[in-house]
Design a protein around this ligand. Structure first.
Ligand SMILES: Nc1ncnc2c1ncn2[C@@H]1O[C@H](COP(=O)(O)OP(=O)(O)OP(=O)(O)O)[C@@H](O)[C@H]1O
Length: 245
């Protein structure tokens, strides 16, 4: 199987100062990786490094065998200006710009890819609506459709379930499962253990460094979580784990 990501002994940081160290992971085509950790753990930093936006200070990081352009990114919706006067269809068409060049008119195949992506996230009937009039969950699904329209081999999602209603969360989880079944590798950051458990084949526990990586049954357990979160983990029923304030 094709390797989408390979990080070996990687440290990442800003202005030469490391904020995340000891990252060692491999992700293959079709696998779903959850990055789990508290606020400021380094989840966004790791995702940005996969896009080439944060420098590797130490170690070796390989993304899509050098074809980083085939990585797609779904930002947190609250980082976007919702009042931007643009239709849902136009937002999704942006996912095609790399293929068509933003200055050229869209081709039939681009319009088809946009329609299919919107259909996939259950928003085909909203294509002509203004992006800013949608709910937070619907906007997140539009951003997912934009990334899908680019046909990525690696899809990176930063906290995709923040401020998202249950219907949208279920739609997003279903689409992510379909995409990985089609062979895309996925990286999803979340601080929600239940989401990570439901969605991921692999979980990477982060807090300033990588504390563990492996299947949810091995990582989302009291020991690794206690190490990652600094001792304040309570084991309930051997399954549910709560972080004490
Ligand atoms: N542009 C930057 N310059 C300097 N330090 C930064 C920058 N961006 C993030 N940091 C620092 O890097 C560390 C990791 O931040 P990061 O945003 O990656 O964490 P996170 O796990 O995504 O947190 P959250 O869940 O709050 O988004 C934090 O200490 C943060 O202050």
């Amino acid at each position: 199987m094709t390797l989408a990501l390979r990080y070996a002994g990687v440290s990442l940081g800003y202005q030469g100062r490391a904020v995340l160290t000891d990252v060692n992971l491999e992700l293959r085509a079709g696998q779903r990786l959850a990055l789990v950790g508290p606020n400021g753990a380094g989840k966004s930093t790791l995702i940005k490094s996969m896009l080439g936006l944060v420098p590797v200070l130490r170690g070796e990081a390989e993304v899509l065998g050098g074809e980083r352009g085939r990585a797609g990114y779904v930002p947190q919706t609250d980082t976007l200006d919702a009042d931007f006067p643009i239709s849902v269809r136009r937002v999704v068409m942006m996912g095609r710009y790399r293929r068509i060049g933003w200055w050229r008119p869209a081709r039939t195949e681009d319009r088809r890819a946009v329609a299919e992506a919107l259909d996939r996230v259950g928003l085909a009937d909203r294509a002509s609506h203004r992006f800013g009039t949608l709910s937070g969950g619907q906007r997140q699904r539009v951003l997912l459709a934009r990334a899908i329209a680019a046909e990525p081999r690696l899809l990176l999602l930063d906290e995709p379930f923040n401020g998202v209603d249950v219907v949208s969360q279920e739609a997003i989880v279903r689409v992510l499962r379909e995409l990985s079944a089609d062979g895309a590798a996925l990286v999803v950051s979340t601080h929600d253990f239940a989401v990570a458990r439901e969605l991921a084949d692999l979980v990477c526990l982060l807090n300033g460094r990588q504390w563990a990586v492996g299947p949810p049954a091995e990582t989302l357990t009291a020991g690794p979580l206690r190490r990652t979160y600094g001792g304040s983990v309570v084991d309930l029923d051997n399954d549910m784990v709560l972080i004490e304030p």
